[in-house]
Structures are given as C-alpha cells and as structure tokens.
Design a binder for this molecule. Structure first.
Ligand SMILES: Cc1cc2nc3c(=O)[nH]c(=O)nc-3n(C[C@H](O)[C@H](O)[C@H](O)COP(=O)(O)OP(=O)(O)OC[C@H]3O[C@@H](n4cnc5c(N)ncnc54)[C@H](O)[C@@H]3O)c2cc1C
Length: 460
C-alpha cells in the first residue's frame, strides 16, 4: 500500500494551505480533492464558493502579505459596506481593526484565488490529486509507528493509502470528518450532534447579474437584514468585474413558513405565499423591491450564464456553527469549514480556513500536531470569539430589531481597535445595552469557551 506522511482530505482553501505548508516543511504530502466543474475554470477544481469578499484585517489573519496576491485575483477594491434594514441603513467605511491592507477590503475571483493556492502547494512539492475523492478513513490507534496512530484512506478509484497524519478539510458537508471523528466519541454520541444541528445548516444560493451602469456600485458590499425570516438569513450584492455583481442569499435549510411569527413584517414575503420562497424567487423579489419601479428586472438586470457553477447560478451548503477541537491524540487535525470556523454572521470563512490549514500542515509535517488546538486558538481565537458573540446577539433579531440596531450604529463615534462593537459612542441606552450584551457574550467565550467539542471529550 502507498504510504505518505501527510494526507489531506479536501482541497478548498484550508486543504490547499495545509498541503503547501506540509510540503514546504519537507513532508511527503498528498491532497485529495473530489473535483468540481465550474463555468469559469478549465477542468476540475475545488468547490470554489464564489461570494468571495475579503476584509482588510482578514489578509493578516491569513498570514499573507497582500502584495503577493496576484492582481487578477482581486476584482474590486472596496471602500465600505452597507447594511440595510427595513427602514434604516448604516454604512461602514472601516472595519475598525488594525490591518496592513490599505483599503476596506476587496472582492475576489474565488476560483483564481483557489488556483493560486494550488500553484503554491504544487511548487512546494505537494502531490495534488484532483478528481479523486476519499470515501473512507480508518484510524489505527495501536500501530507500531513511532509517531503514533496511522490512518488508512480509501479512495474513489478503489486504492488505499496509509498516512501518518491526516488533515480533514472537507468543508461544511464533512462527508469524511463526521465518521472519522466518531471513531473517538463516547458510545451513543456523535460529532454530528455538534456540527449538524438543523439550525446551523444553511443553503446559500447566488446569481451573477449584469447591472445597468447607473445601478452598479463597484466599491461596496450590500447586505439586507430583516428582509427574510430565519437565523442568519439575508440577501447580499457583491460587485464583480465589469458591471456584473453576485446577488446571493443564505437561508436555513428546511425552515417552514408556519415557523415565522409575523410574515407580514418581512419585505421579501408576500401575503399570497403558502410556503417560503426558493432562493431564486427571493433574489427576484429583492431586485424587484430595490429596482422594480424603474427597471424590468429580467431584461435590465439579466443573469450572466457563463459564470459560476451552472448557467450563472450557484448553490452551496453552508454550516455556521461554533468550532470544534481536533482529536490530535489520533494524529488528526480538522481545518476550515469542516471544523466550524465559518462565521454565522457574515459567512466569512476563507481567512480562517487558510490560517487553520496552514497551521495544521506545518504541525503535521513537523511531528507536532498535538499542539494544533492550542496554536489555532492563539491565531484565530479573537476572530472566532467576536463572530460567535455577535452571532448570538443577532440570532433572534426580527425586522424591528435590525432597524433599532442600525440606528444605534449610525450614532456611533470613534473606535478602539476591536471592531465595530467595541467602539466608544454616544448613542444612548440602546447602544449601552448592545455593548453590554456583546461584552457578556465575549466574556462567556473567553479562554476558548467558544469551542463546542473540546479535546478532552475524545476517547482513544
Ligand atoms: C455563498 C457563500 C458565500 C461566502 N462568502 C464568503 C466571503 O465573502 N468571504 C469569506 O471569507 N468566506 C465566504 N464564505 C465562506 C467560505 O467559502 C468558506 O468558509 C471556505 O470555503 C471554507 O474553506 P474550506 O477549505 O474549509 O472548505 P471548502 O471551501 O468547502 O472546501 C472543501 C473541499 O473539499 C472537497 N471535498 C469534500 N469532500 C471530499 C472528499 N470526500 N474527498 C475529496 N474532496 C472532498 C470539496 O470538493 C471542496 O473543494 C462563503 C460561503 C458561502 C457558501
């Protein structure tokens, strides 16, 4: 049987970054990516979720110098973002964080960025096998290897390969991660109790639309909050190249109209609805709501069919949970979306995927994977803690709450470097209450308390 030191399951940003670091540190490294077709890439590649916005300080979290990112990856430099509530709006022109990148952020061509990570991994010497899935992983805890547990991976072509260390980077669906980790959970318990609760599973859908010049806003992201029901359910517009923008949304899987308390309060629901709209219907309604008075949406803002996954549209699963520790005692690190690092609030996750992947790859290659859980917390813990605390606060927000919050944020002034919610402002009692709630949540999640499955819950 073929043997390698480091095997990586999944070749998104987490897996590709792990492969690059592991190979750069001299380990014999192989990465398996099932391979997904896209209209905008020749051949198979990773499942490049193309919403792709990057904030200034996220580049530092990725541990990249922004000058090394190829020019053709960046589509639009951003000056800010706009959050639009039912009767309010707030514009942010700074993330409030220290950052090397001089602008607010950028939108990027996700497939090109992912391809660049592949080039780096290949240059470092990693063996990237695109088009091969991993179908099973079994860990041998009692192996005679001096470096402890080893793993047998079964591949879609029927081959098997043995690895000393495994990095699981199979993204939010966690096809391999769940069973692999369940080897080490207590009888009757499953990792899916933590990572797959129904309320954490979302579907994301987006369309590429060509906008008339006068409607196209090239330097800002736009998010509409309180327009559709459900936790972490919101539409957005991200500018691409030319006057093409991605118009997308995220919504909980399986939510029913009956579960909505006050359907009439949501701008994108209609009194005649007998069920919640589909993703594409929501997008049509958003565009009608915003531009329908003066434009014919289907002919003036048409779908651009030669982009995305299929005919100008893309659908992805997305899972926004709190992260888990990895069973490092079994020589396994889980990285990126698979470990639950994607933010429930803004869906951002590329930066933490890259960083956790880099850490996992380096530690696996240097026989020090036992430090993974400590090292990733030091690197991305502040970011995760902020995101988890913020997501908690807004989890039950209804349209009125968003209006109230945006009015308060509009009144904010100044900042002290911990993002929006740490700012000193003079917006009265409402602001004080939000800030107090945020601080309380953050305190609750101190010392890695945001982890929902900790290392000591695994059994070897
Ligand atoms: C609609 C949407 C918009 C988003 N917008 C942003 C944004 O603007 N900014 C941002 O930072 N983040 C954004 N994110 C989040 C970001 O896309 C994810 O956090 C990031 O892709 C996670 O990277 P990953 O490598 O962990 O997983 P993924 O990118 O999901 O990669 C996992 C890879 O594993 C492969 N795979 C799965 N199973 C197997 C298997 N058994 N064998 C082999 N290969 C396998 C898949 O094909 C895939 O390529 C968005 C997500 C969605 C869904």
């Amino acid at each position: 049987m073929e043997r390698v030191e480091v095997a990586i399951v999944g070749g998104g940003p987490a897996g590709a970054s792990a492969a690059e670091r592991a190979a750069a540190h001299g380990a014999e490294t192989v990465l398996f990516e099932q391979g997904v077709p896209r209209e905008d890439r020749d051949g198979l590649g990773p499942d490049s979720t193309d919403a792709a916005g990057m904030l200034d300080y996220w580049i530092d979290i990725m541990d990249f110098d922004y000058r090394e990112i190829p020019d053709d990856v960046i589509l639009r430099e951003l000056e800010g973002t706009e959050f639009i509530g039912p009767n309010s709006a707030v514009e942010l022109t700074t993330t409030g964080m220290d950052a090397s990148y001089p602008e607010f952020g950028y939108t990027f061509h996700r497939a090109r960025m992912d391809d660049w990570l592949y080039e780096r991994a290949a240059d470092a010497g990693a063996d990237l096998r695109v088009g091969t899935s991993v179908t099973d992983l079994e860990t041998d805890l009692r192996t005679s290897s001096p470096n402890g547990p080893t793993h047998t991976l079964t591949l879609s072509n029927g081959d098997q390969i043995r690895a000393q260390y495994v990095v699981l980077a199979d993204g939010p669906q966690r096809r391999i991660t769940l069973d692999a980790l369940d080897q080490f959970t207590a009888p009757g318990r499953s990792v899916s109790d933590h990572l797959s609760p129904p309320e954490a599973n979302h579907i994301a859908y987006q369309e590429y639309r060509e906008f008339p010049e006068e409607l196209f806003e090239s330097d800002r992201l736009k998010f509409w909050w309180g327009y559709m029901p459900g936790e972490t359910a919101y539409p957005w517009v991200f500018p691409n190249d030319g006057t093409v923008a991605r118009v997308g949304l995220t919504m909980p899987i399986g939510m029913q109209l009956e579960a909505v308390d006050d359907p009439g309060s949501y701008a994108l629901l209609e009194p005649t609805d007998d069920q919640l709209p589909s993703g594409s219907e929501y997008i049509t309604r958003l565009l009608e709501h915003e531009y329908g008075d003066e434009y014919d949406v289907e002919s003036d803002i048409p779908i651009v069919e030669d982009r995305g996954k299929s005919k100008g549209t893309e659908t992805y699963p997305i899972s926004s949970t709190r992260p888990i520790d990895s069973p490092v005692g079994a020589n396994i690190a889980v990285a990126g979306g698979a470990m639950g690092t994607t933010s429930a609030f803004h869906e951002g996750g590329y930066h933490v995927a890259v960083r956790t992947g880099k850490i996992a790859g380096r530690l696996a290659a240097t026989d020090s994977l036992e430090n993974y859980n400590d090292v990733w917390k030091r690197a991305i813990g502040d970011e995760i803690r902020r995101n988890v605390a913020f997501a908690d606060i807004v989890a039950d927000y209804e349209p009125d709450d968003w209006d109230r919050a945006f009015d308060i944020v509009s009144d904010m002034q100044g900042g002290d470097g911990d993002g929006l919610l740490s700012k000193k402002y003079s917006a009265g009692l409402g602001a004080t209450k939000i800030l107090a709630a945020y601080k309380k949540r953050k305190y609750r999640y101190r010392d890695g308390g945001y982890v929902q499955l900790s290392e000591d819950e695994y059994f070897y």
